[in-house]
Design a protein around this ligand. Structure first.
Ligand SMILES: [Zn+2]
Length: 131
């Protein structure tokens, strides 16, 4: 995945496509998580009845865990459409899908660009007052 241009086209078009991509990744993660036990035990049960071995169930479980890992990393390392940093964390912590706003720039989750422009000057003002 290449890093996008976060200043130019994004400011004009909003973040609608980015949030759709995020929702797709998040929903895929939940779907894989929920279907783990039914699919793996279903395959194991069927293979036990047909072939008298549970080995295909273990293979399915291993592959399903790999899919869960990949989809989880896709959600946890998803980049903020505003600043381009990881939306939900830094190198030492990650809130994952529980992050309600970008931990770097404060962009609220699922908010469009036009609403966030109004918030930025206030945030910049607060940062100046603190430092
Ligand atoms: Zn951000």
């Amino acid at each position: 995945m290449t890093r996008k241009n976060y200043d130019g086209d994004k400011a004009m078009n909003g973040f609608e496509e980015d949030w759709k991509e995020y929702k797709r990744a998040r929903n895929m993660f939940f779907l894989i998580f929920v279907l783990y036990l039914p699919v793996c035990f279903g395959i194991g049960f069927a293979s036990t009845k047909l072939f008298h071995t549970f080995t295909p169930g273990f293979v399915a479980a291993f592959l399903w865990m790999a899919m869960l890992l990949v989809s989880g990393m896709r959600v946890h390392l998803w980049r903020c459409p505003n600043c381009g940093e990881w939306f939900s964390g830094t190198w030492w912590y990650n809130l994952g899908f529980l992050a309600r706003r970008c931990v770097h720039c404060g962009l609220p989750k699922l908010l469009q660009q036009s609403s966030f422009i109004q918030c930025r000057p206030l945030r910049a003002k607060l940062l100046i007052q603190i430092s």
